[in-house]
Design a binder for this molecule. Structure first.
Ligand SMILES: [Zn+2]
Length: 144
């Protein structure tokens, strides 16, 4: 779980690359993503994040200096390739969208198919019973 500050409005949010619930912005380009990655509890304490968030809310122009920006952009690109950090940062967004998928229709369809299958096997069981009785009845008649 990553605590981060929204690069756009300064509100605290979970995950650096997630959509902000306050302003609904998602960091999309390298600059925004590098900035968002920097504004997380991986690099700052929660107190510092609150401070940075307040500054952004007050309209102060918070930016990474060019050297830091380049560092975070390259760090982010490295992390993208194979790193638990990005998985953790993006994990929240993935599980959120998965939860949104409704499987109600599929469940109903399966339940209906099960009912039909049960009905069919019930009918064929009755038919088999009837045929079996008739068969044994005939056999008894022959024995007599
Ligand atoms: Zn925001």
């Amino acid at each position: 779980m990553t605590q981060a500050v929204c690069f756009n409005c300064g509100e605290l949010k979970f995950g650096s690359f997630t959509e902000c619930e306050n302003c609904h912005r998602t960091p999309e380009n390298d600059d925004d993503m590098a900035f968002s990655m920097a504004l997380s509890d991986h690099y700052f304490s929660l107190e510092q994040l609150n401070e940075i968030g307040n500054k952004i809310k007050n309209g102060e122009n918070i930016k990474l200096n060019d050297a830091d920006k380049q560092r975070f952009i390259s760090e982010m690109k490295d992390a993208r390739k194979n790193n638990d950090l990005v998985k953790a940062l993006e994990g929240i967004r993935q599980s959120k969208s998965q939860a949104k998928e409704s499987k109600g229709f599929l469940k109903n369809l399966i339940a209906l198919l099960v009912l039909i299958a049960m009905g069919v096997s019930f009918v064929s069981a009755v038919v088999a019973l009837f045929n079996g009785n008739k068969g044994s009845g005939l056999a008894i008649m022959h024995l007599c």
